[in-house]
Design a protein around this ligand. Structure first.
Ligand code: ZN
Length: 286
C-alpha cells in the first residue's frame, strides 16, 4: 500500500493510492497516520479494505492539493551517519565500525514538495537523499533481525538536509546542523513492506537544478535496515511512528571538488525507485 497525507500543513487528511491510481481520502475510515494509528494496527485495518471499499472513497486531487509528510508528528527522528562507504570516504572519514547515531528534531519533518529554508547565516546548506524507515511497533531490546524486520511499518523517501558549518565547525555534536527549520522533507508516500521486495536493493538519486549529484543503491549500506533497528533498540526504545534516516550515499555538496552548497532559489529533486519523488525550492529564511 501507498499511504499519504494531503492538505494544508497541520490539517492533512490521511489518504491512500487506490486501485486505479487515484488518491483516495481515508479520513472517514481512520485517524491520522501518527503514533496512535501505527500502535493500534492501523496499517492492518487499511489493508483489510476491499477494492470495492476503496472505490467508494472520495478522490483527492494531488495535482492541486499539497502533499504532506505521510507520517504525522513522529516521536523522534533517528539518523545513521556515514552508512555508505563512498560517502564516508568523501567526508574524509573511515567507514564506521559501529553505527554513528544522532537525533534530528522531529519538528523538522515537512512535506516532500514544501519550501526548505536556508537558515540565517548559513553558507553550507547541503543535501542528503536517504531511505527512511517508519517504525510500526515498539522496539525494545530486540533479539534478532527478524524481530526488527517485523517492526517496520513502511519505507519513505527522506531528505536529511544538513548545514555543514553548523554541523562540523561550530563545536559539539552534529545536531545543530541537522535540526534547522524544515530540514526533513518526507514522502510522498509511506510504502508498506509488502510492496518493497528488498530494502537493500533500492536505487536512490538526487538532482540539484537538474544536474545529477547522488546516484546510489541501498545495497551499499554498511549497516542494513534490520541491523540498524535491532542495534538502536539496545540503546533507546523505538516507538510506532518514529522515523529512521538510514544514511546517504556519495555525492553531497561537502564531498564535491570544489564543494558546492545550496543557494536561494535552487531546486532539489530526489527519489527512490518505488517510493516516489520529491521536489523542493530552497529559500533563504526571513
Ligand atoms: Zn543523513
Amino acid at each position: 500500500m501507498r499511504l499519504l497525507r494531503v492538505g494544508p500543513a497541520g490539517a492533512e487528511r490521511p489518504a491512500i493510492v487506490g486501485p486505479l491510481g487515484h488518491t483516495l481520502d481515508l479520513s472517514a475510515v481512520t485517524e491520522d497516520f501518527g503514533a496512535e494509528f501505527f500502535s493500534t494496527g492501523g496499517v492492518d485495518r487499511i489493508a483489510r479494505l476491499t477494492r470495492a471499499d476503496k472505490l467508494r472513497l472520495p478522490q483527492l486531487d494531488v495535482g492541486v492539493l499539497r502533499v504532506g509528510s505521510p507520517i504525522a508528528r513522529p516521536c523522534k527522528v533517528v539518523c545513521i551517519g556515514l552508512n555508505y562507504a563512498d560517502h564516508a570516504a568523501e567526508s574524509g572519514q573511515p567507514p564506521p565500525e559501529e553505527p554513528i547515531v544522532f537525533l534530528k528534531d522531529p519538528c523538522t519533518v515537512v512535506g516532500p514538495n514544501d519550501v526548505v529554508l536556508i537558515p540565517r547565516g548559513s553558507v553550507k546548506t547541503d543535501w542528503e537523499v536517504e531511505l527512511g524507515v517508519v517504525i510500526g511497533a515498539t522496539c525494545r531490546y530486540l533479539e534478532d533481525e527478524a524481530q526488527a524486520s517485523a517492526a517496520i511499518a513502511g519505507y519513505v523517501v527522506s531528505h536529511d538536509v544538513s548545514e555543514r558549518e553548523f554541523q562540523l565547525e561550530r563545536g559539539g555534536q552534529w545536531d545543530k546542523g541537522k535540526s534547522c527549520e524544515t530540514f526533513n522533507p518526507v514522502g510522498p508516500w509511506l510504502v508498506t513492506p509488502d510492496e518493497v521486495q528488498r530494502s537493500d536493493g533500492l536505487h536512490l538519486w538526487l538532482d540539484v537544478n537538474g544536474r545529477r549529484m547522488q546516484d546510489g543503491s541501498t545495497k551499499s549500506l554498511i549497516f542494513s535496515v534490520p541491523f540498524v533497528i535491532r542495534y538502536l533498540s539496545q540503546f533507546m526504545v523505538l516507538h510506532p511512528g518514529d522515523l529512521i534516516n538510514t544514511g546517504t550515499p556519495a555525492g553531497v555538496g561537502l564531498g564535491r571538488s570544489p564543494t558546492q552548497y545550496l543557494r536561494n532559489g535552487d531546486v532539489v529533486e530526489l527519489g527512490i525507485d518505488g517510493l516516489g519523488t520529491q521536489r523542493q525550492v530552497f529559500r533563504r529564511a526571513d
